[in-house]
Design a protein around this ligand. Structure first.
Ligand code: ZN
Length: 93
């Protein structure tokens, strides 16, 4: 496992998400299972948990210890707004 996914602290994830979240944008929490090492994506959108259950192996990772990541999903207008946000590109007309 040389290419480890990056985890940030829960508080850092929360702070980042507070800045980017808007209607039409959703996120899913991700973390690395502390038992089996698998990358897990939570199935509850728009919430950050302090404990992450890996359903495949049943282990609960303490995300306050390990930190977490997230992936963002956007649809419709929110997707374009989000792209604008991350590219800091000016809108046409
Ligand atoms: Zn696991």
């Amino acid at each position: 496992m040389s290419n480890k996914p990056k985890n940030i602290s829960l508080r850092a994830a929360e702070a980042q998400l507070l800045k980017i979240m808007r209607p039409g944008l959703h996120f899913y929490q991700k973390w690395t299972c502390a038992k089996c090492g698998e990358r897990v994506t939570g199935n509850t959108p728009d919430l950050l948990f302090e404990q992450g259950l890996h359903e495949d192996c049943g282990y609960i990772t303490d995300l306050r210890e390990t930190g977490c990541g997230y992936s963002v999903m956007a649809s419709g207008k929110a997707a374009f707004d989000y792209l604008d946000l991350i590219s800091t590109r000016k809108k046409h007309g």
